[in-house]
Design a protein around this ligand. Structure first.
Ligand SMILES: [Zn+2]
Length: 478
């Protein structure tokens, strides 16, 4: 009688064992009893809850009754805390087909750290990502649910391999056509060579088609105009930060003028000027615009800090390196060389910038801007290990001034809403995907308790801490 929960839907009372008549099969695949359920929307804990799961979905959440409902598996959640599976809203799978298997081996690292959904922010492995996604859905591959932008949109001779290069409207339409054919989840725009016009026109054209857009942006454009065109999220804090300058217009004009000279100004060339002209009133106005136009922000504090500290940090003994394929480790060389080449002044400035970025976070939150937690983990982003980097990001968001509940929102319900998946994901409620993390300690008291994982559930499938360790062993290379 596997049909029972499906027939009766979410109103099915939690059947106690023995009360299910002649039913021989348990009603549920999984029941977690006596758990403290963390309601990420209210930031409150509902104690002593029973969560019943079948066919990959949460069927009911209710106070624990004396007898556990019949289930194939019952887990005792006494003293433990149940949160929705975490969403890492900025990761990359990339490096070309020769790195496809190495990228696939990153998937268990996400699960092992409680991340059951990731948003791929563009790369050159789109066919592989679609294949993994199907295998994960079918239960043949262990990994998080993947949302992807597919290839990035950029300008001619773009920096990242596999980008769709656009200069004029016809190319923009063509690029968006191809992304719609691919059925990507959103559009990611990158700024290595894209012009201001092509950037803004891509946002406007995508908006007309009802596609979600996120991006880096050329410093020749302003975040205000991008937000007004319909940009749905700004990746990293550089572009938000530039828009907090009281001299944004003249800095933007200087960047524009420099494009026709032998030495065009890049982002990092003008950041010191932006820093010097940061203005709280300008920032407050910008945040209101972002909130009004529903442009979310993905702060990625963790990678900023890690890269700022890279010149003087020895990562060669990081325990997690053992789970990163040597081919992916080889892609770390570019960032490392860049860090080694930095002047003392640049190093000092990058640290100052990180400290400044931290102050933007609570102000954005307070202004009602949606924050999305993302790590930027993936090939080329040295030592930003999948999994632990998102937990590090959440720790920094709290250090910056968010409450643990707000940080959790940024890594659960906000992500689900952003990807229009909140009808079926992002919180612990009947009818939602059974993506859950059972923690030994309360993450609302200390966000670092997200590291105290007892079990991870993805689409109803349970991985105990021991099974997660085994999963990691399988991708260990030394
Ligand atoms: Zn990225």
């Amino acid at each position: 009688m596997k049909l029972l929960p499906r027939l009766l839907g979410v109103t099915l009372p939690l059947l106690a064992a023995g009360c299910a008549g002649r039913q021989t099969q348990p009603a549920y695949d999984l029941v977690i009893t006596h758990a403290n359920v963390v309601d990420v929307e209210t930031g409150r804990v509902r104690p002593d809850q029973t969560v019943a799961v079948s066919e990959g979905q949460i069927r009911q959440v209710a106070n624990t009754s004396r007898q556990a409902p019949a289930a194939k598996r019952v887990m005792d959640g006494t003293g433990k805390y149940l949160i929705p599976g975490l969403w890492d809203m900025h990761v990359h799978f990339r490096g070309g087909d020769s790195l496809a298997a190495a990228n696939r081996n990153l998937l268990p690292l996400y699960l092992a750290h409680g991340i059951t959904t990731v948003r791929d922010a563009g790369g050159d492995l789109t066919p592989s990502i679609f294949a993994w996604r199907e295998q994960i859905r079918a239960g043949r591959l262990a990994g998080p649910t993947i949302y992807t932008s597919g290839p990035k949109i950029d300008g001619p001779k773009a920096f990242w391999a596999g980008s769709l290069e656009v200069e004029n409207q016809a190319q923009i339409d063509q690029a968006l056509d191809s992304l719609q054919r691919l059925k990507v989840d959103y559009v990611k725009i990158y700024e290595s060579t894209i012009s201001r016009e092509a950037f803004l026109n891509t946002i406007a054209a995508a908006e007309k088609r009802g596609m979600t857009t996120t991006g880096h942006m050329p410093y020749t454009a302003t975040l205000r105009e991008a937000s007004e065109r319909g940009l749905d999220a700004s990746e990293h804090l550089y572009y938000v930060f530039k828009a907090c300058s009281s001299k944004e217009d003249s800095i933007t004009a200087a960047v524009q003028r420099s494009l026709s000279t032998p030495k065009p100004l890049g982002l990092f060339a003008v950041l010191p000027a932006v820093y010097r002209t940061y203005d709280a009133a300008t920032a407050a106005r910008l945040y209101r615009t972002l909130a009004q136009h529903k442009t979310a922000v993905v702060p990625t504090l963790y990678i900023q800090k890690l890269l700022a500290e890279l010149p003087e940090t020895d990562h060669s003994r990081d325990t997690l390196l053992a789970y990163i394929d040597p081919k992916i480790q080889a892609t770390y060389a570019r960032r490392l060389a860049g860090a080694q080449a930095q002047s003392a002044a640049t190093r000092a400035f990058n640290k100052q910038l990180g400290a400044k970025f931290m102050t933007l976070v609570p102000a954005l939150q307070q202004a009602g801007v949606t924050l999305l937690a993302g790590s930027d983990s993936g090939a080329s982003n040295s030592y930003v290990y999948p999994g632990t980097s998102l937990l590090g990001e959440l720790e920094l968001l709290v250090q910056a001034g968010l409450t643990p509940a707000q940080a959790l929102q940024a890594a659960t319900i906000n992500g689900a809403r952003f990807l229009k998946a909140d009808q079926h994901a992002g919180t612990i409620r009947a009818g939602k995907d059974a993506d859950l993390v059972l923690l030994n300690q309360n993450p609302l008291v200390d966000i670092r308790n997200l590291r105290q994982i007892n079990a991870v559930v993805t689409r109803g499938r349970v991985y105990t801490a021991a099974e997660l360790r085994q999963m990691l062993q399988a991708v260990k290379h030394r």
